[in-house]
Write a protein that binds this ligand. Structure first.
Ligand code: PLP
Length: 396
């Protein structure tokens, strides 16, 4: 495990005005009005009391996104919100009037939506969310996957009615491919990562994720718990940044300590933190935490995290696997949690940090800490999940 504190001059400087507006409680009403179309329900916040004792912290709370809508991942929120917002906007232009969210399933709107094609690149979960929302609103979706995406994840996207196209290379290559194809064919890119000149739609994707932190805060508040630490796993950093911005926008200086967790084989935010600028790293051997395998941070995510994250850390694949195994085989009366290989990574980061005296001291994490982590996915590939659990069991 490696961990460094955020040494950027920008740490704790105010968020840019656009990020203050985009990621505060004020946007939730609109997000919920769009997500009503996918009929999502709130996910549970689970307390792992025996684990908290084991890790010598006050409480371990797990927001279980493995139970989010039919997709078993928080990604269900982001892609859906962005697709529905985009379709309302574009069909509104075609019809020459502003559309209400509840018009999304009307014959007139669906007929126009059928003329739109939406595309994105994905490790699996985001593309599935975009495809599912595309099917609901009736637009065409072309989803690009890279060489490392499992066949069963490809099938799950295709089952939503999307065209799935496998391209050579890694996630970053598939992102480039999707944007080139979109320019060539006049398609709309609904990406979960952002780059210079392309920020609006990824912002909408990230706004969808705010639902889960809003729920988690309400759930912990109802139990009288105040969260002091949050461990957030990251790929391009979109989800971690959305949660972090929301916490800072809500609590300002009394926000929890935010720790970003990445696989050591794909730690572009960790490296960006060290260099104090967004940094693209060299692709390495694939990590088992497939959804976190990204080599370049999202522009918006880095802008937010350099201001809000207290620390950046990396974990090995084995630490990630063991955390998956522990969630599936809980201590004493703790609840069972089905956490996919990327879903367990935040919890893995907490375990690694709690076991390190240096990390405990740097993060001021002691027996009173109330720690929140997100299980960001359940068994989104069931066969892989079972085989990884066996691997985890065999680890020393
Ligand atoms: C299950 C899961 N967890 C975490 C992440 C990381 O999200 P981000 O790429 O926004 O950092 C992803 C991304 O696809 C994911 O699917």
């Amino acid at each position: 495990m490696q961990l460094h504190m955020n040494a950027s001059d920008r740490f704790f400087s105010p968020l840019e005005q656009s990020d203050r507006n985009a990621f505060g409680p004020g946007v939730l009403e609109e997000v919920h009005s769009h997500l009503a179309c996918i009929q999502h329900r709130s996910t549970p916040l689970l307390a792992l009391s025996a684990m908290a004792t084991h890790l010598r912290v006050g409480a371990v709370l797990v927001k279980d996104e493995g139970q989010r809508s039919g997709l078993r991942s928080f990604k269900a929120l982001g892609g859906a919100h962005a697709v529905i917002k985009l379709v309302l906007q574009e069909v509104g232009k075609m019809l020459g009037r502003e559309l209400r969210p509840d018009e999304i399933s009307s014959e007139e709107v669906r007929a126009c939506a059928g003329k739109l094609t939406i595309t994105c690149a994905t490790d699996g979960n985001h593309g599935r969310s975009v495809a599912a929302a595309g099917a609901i609103v009736g637009c065409r979706c072309v989803i690009f996957i890279h060489e490392g995406v499992s066949e069963s994840r490809a099938e799950a996207i295709a089952a939503q009615g999307a065209s799935v196209v496998r391209v050579k290379g890694n996630y970053d290559d598939s992102v480039d491919h999707a944007s080139r194809q979109a320019i060539e064919h006049g398609w709309f890119v609904v990406s979960d990562t952002s780059w210079p000149g392309y920020e609006s739609i990824p912002t909408w994707v990230m706004q969808g994720y705010l639902v889960m932190i809003d729920e988690a805060l309400r759930q912990s508040h109802a139990r009288g718990q105040k969260i002091t630490h949050v461990f957030l796993q990251a790929g391009v950093g979109g989800y971690a940044a959305a949660i972090s911005a929301y916490l800072i926008n809500t609590f300002a200086a009394s926000a929890p300590c935010i720790v970003i967790v990445e696989p050591d084989r794909a730690a572009c935010l960790y490296e960006s933190g060290l260099k104090q600028q967004a940094t693209r790293i060299q692709p390495q051997k694939a990590t088992v935490m497939a959804m976190l395998e990204c080599y370049e941070p999202s522009l918006i995510a880095w802008r937010i995290l350099e201001r809000t994250a207290s620390a950046f850390m990396t974990i090995s694949d084995n630490v990630g696997l063991k955390a998956m195994g522990m969630m599936a085989n809980p201590l004493l009366d703790d609840p069972y949690i089905q956490a996919g290989e990327s879903g367990a990574a935040g919890f893995a980061g907490l375990q690694a940090a709690a076991a390190s005296p240096r990390a405990r001291a740097l993060l001021a994490m002691d027996e009173n800490a109330v720690v929140l982590v997100f299980n960001t996915e359940g068994a989104t590939d069931e066969a892989l999940y079972e085989s990884l659990l066996l691997q985890a069991k065999a680890l020393p």
